[in-house]
Design a protein around this ligand. Sequence first.
Ligand code: MN
Length: 292
Amino acid sequence: MTITKVYTKAEIERLYASLSAGKVCKTPPYALFQIRMSDCVITAYESLKVVFQGEGAAFYSGVVEPQASKEETLTSTYPQAGSDEVGTGDYFGPVVVCAAYVEKKDLELLSTFHIQDSKQIKDEDILKIAPVLIDTLKFSILILNNTKYNQVHEHNNMNQIKAKLHNQAFLNLKKKFNLQLDTIYVDQFTPPKNYFRYLSGEADVVENIHFETKAESKYISVACASIIARYYFLNTLAKMSEKYDFPFPKGAGAHVDEAGRKFIDMYSENELLHVSKFHFANTKKILNEETL
Ligand code: MN
């Protein structure tokens, strides 16, 4: 039996004090301590998650009741699949959608990281965490490059593009690993009714989905998908920067307009179609057309 809970620093100290009878083991990576009781191994991680393993897990996890209610992610159903997209707010670079599959057996490893919404994680940490997730989890990834994006956007709005990518990511996940997905979470970007309307022309639609806003901070599968997607987004942007010998900035602010102007000086207006989301308001500012 394995139980995982999230504590505050003070609660972890209380827990440690109450377990002083146990044998203190060699501490695994990312752990604050690991204590071996006769019927339970208790590992506290730097992420403030504590994993109780063994017959006595229920008992020892009740010794100190955590205030932190981040347990939501930990009491959810497993296995679970979740998806999220990245790049929809960035003028340069692709839209990336990932669907990730998390099984109970993955939770211990995942608990060594502070898995959360990728937007809350620094890029340098994404580059450290994502490769571990990529090695461990079953997932599928879709990268819609700018050339393709701009073609597709002629006939589909952003939400429609997202719906199709999420659906395809789950179809690919099922097929690639021969999975039956019983529990699916999607970070809601449009009401479910619209989501399925956008997919009305598709041959194959994954239907049993729980849509929820802020799902990245509620379901670990969505958080993992968001981290993996972010990783591929950063990688693609880095490859673009290498190809064009040009540093593409993230986001869609004034710094992006400035970069866009430099880019068309080096290349051409037409080349913007291959590196940007052309319909963004940035394009007009870059081409100085906002007053027309
Ligand atoms: Mn999202």
